[in-house]
Design a protein around this ligand. Structure first.
Ligand code: CU
Length: 160
């Protein structure tokens, strides 16, 4: 498994949120586990990228991922791909993603994924960045994402 890293987030919103959630964090460590997390390098001139991972829920209750926070992006969304009229389109999931008890959900190209917007740093393959998921009653999950080259696999239908 990837190392779980505790991040210090700044900003009043995060601090206020964190204060209310602090007691639940140990639950998340016991129940939700993220593995194989990575984000893609960006083509020149772009400030948006996608992230992929596996997340398993070893707990006895479903966990809903409500939102995500990133060390390099101030806006992170859950998206899924959808075929409509012969086109592959992306749809935001404003209600987040449910991870059923005892199951693993895979975020992968062409399916469920994370979108990171407004990235101001250049992403180099091999770097790591930090992400965290905030959940309904399963605390927060913090994890490391590796940056992988865009050239490893085609972006296939990623349009914003
Ligand atoms: Cu997307």
């Amino acid at each position: 498994m990837k190392t779980i890293i505790v991040l210090i987030f700044t900003g009043i919103t995060q601090l206020a949120f964190h204060a209310g959630e602090a007691h639940a964090e140990s639950t998340a460590v016991a129940g939700l586990e993220v593995t194989e997390a990575y984000i893609r390098t960006m083509p020149p001139g772009r400030t948006t990228t996608a992230g992929f991972l596996s997340i398993s829920n070893a707990g006895e209750a479903d966990c809903q991922l409500l939102n995500a926070e990133s060390s390099i992006s101030d806006r992170v969304e859950f998206h899924e791909h959808q075929h409509a009229d012969g086109m592959m389109r992306m749809r935001p999931l404003p209600d987040g993603v449910i991870i059923p008890a005892g199951e693993t959900v895979v975020f992968k190209p062409g399916g469920l994924h994370i979108m990171l917007f407004n990235i101001t740093s250049e992403l180099e393959a091999g770097e790591v960045t930090q992400l965290r998921f905030n959940t309904d009653h399963c605390g927060t999950v913090q994890f490391t994402t590796e940056v992988r080259s865009l050239l490893d696999k085609p972006m296939g239908g990623m349009h914003h």
